[in-house]
Design a protein around this ligand. Structure first.
Ligand SMILES: [Zn+2]
Length: 275
């Protein structure tokens, strides 16, 4: 019997398998979105690579109304294509929020789980163009993913920007802070909650930067950030999990840290409004 007739895909074993990888990753969350009254799936942008069309997945979760205008938070994952842990962490968060929407009370969350879809499909840090997209921001990069994300960051003028990464050279959790002074006041409790699942990286130097209790105040040029010079600056946090740790613990650590940031920031905003 001719196997290719029973399984037409085997004629062209390399014809769309990668594309389906992104769709497979998103399928469970798309299913939740279809039935949800809080969650919407709205992909953005379109670009071509290797003869295929790509877009950037985007999910919007609207929590129950809070006191004032919704607090807009952008959360970005898998800008390094070989770090799907962040995307899975976001899906875990969405599953929790869907069960208990009050966790996101007062928030409009914009979630970008796969910022580098070609790198995700190829399991590479870089996009298929060979670029580390997380070194291309705010320098007039022609990379389509970066242009779409920059437009999103411009348009939504987020109160907070969170990036999720997974570091195979770290043996513990850590994070970068930038922007508003309170960033550090959000990262510290976030790391503390996440420590229920994984240890913190307590080294005095992480990634070549001085670090204190897993918090780094420096960063690389060209990383995904708010619009430079924006007033008032949003809080900016990058969360890093140790990539060699068990996947489910990284996923839980991300979800726990993100929930803590939502709780703490809402609290800080409420205090600020009452002053
Ligand atoms: Zn990364």
């Amino acid at each position: 019997m001719n196997a290719t007739l029973d399984n037409p895909q085997s004629i062209h074993p390399k014809s769309f398998p990668e594309r389906r990888a992104v769709e497979r990753l998103l399928a469970p969350i798309d299913q939740i979105a279809e039935a949800s009254s809080h969650l919407w799936s709205k992909s953005l942008g379109q670009f071509e690579s290797s003869g295929q069309t790509y877009s950037l997945p985007r999910y919007i979760f609207l929590g129950p109304k809070g006191g004032g205008d919704p607090i807009r938070i952008g959360i970005f994952a898998t800008i390094h294509g070989d770090e799907p842990e962040g995307a899975l962490g976001l899906f875990r968060l969405l599953t929790l929020l869907e069960k208990e929407p009050a966790l996101a009370k007062g928030y409009a969350l914009l979630l970008y789980p796969v910022c580098n879809p070609t790198g995700f499909e190829d399991n590479t840090r870089q996009s298929r163009s060979g670029k580390d997209l997380n070194r291309e921001f705010w320098k007039e990069s022609p990379q389509p993913e970066v242009k779409f994300l920059e437009t999103e960051i411009w348009t939504h003028a987020f109160h907070g920007i969170i990036a999720l990464h997974s570091d195979d050279t770290s043996d513990g959790l850590y994070g970068f802070v930038n922007g508003a002074v309170l960033s550090e006041n959000l990262l510290e409790p976030a790391l503390r909650t996440a420590e229920a699942f994984l240890p913190r990286n307590l080294r005095q130097e992480i990634d070549g930067f001085p670090a204190r209790k897993g918090i780094v105040n420096h960063g690389y040029n060209g990383v995904l950030t708010a619009v430079p010079g924006l007033k008032p600056p949003p809080f900016e946090i990058t969360l890093e999990t140790p990539q060699k740790a068990p996947l489910h613990l990284q996923v839980e650590a991300f979800a726990a840290a993100l929930q803590t940031i939502l709780v703490e920031y809402r609290y800080l905003m409420a205090i600020a409004q009452n002053i």
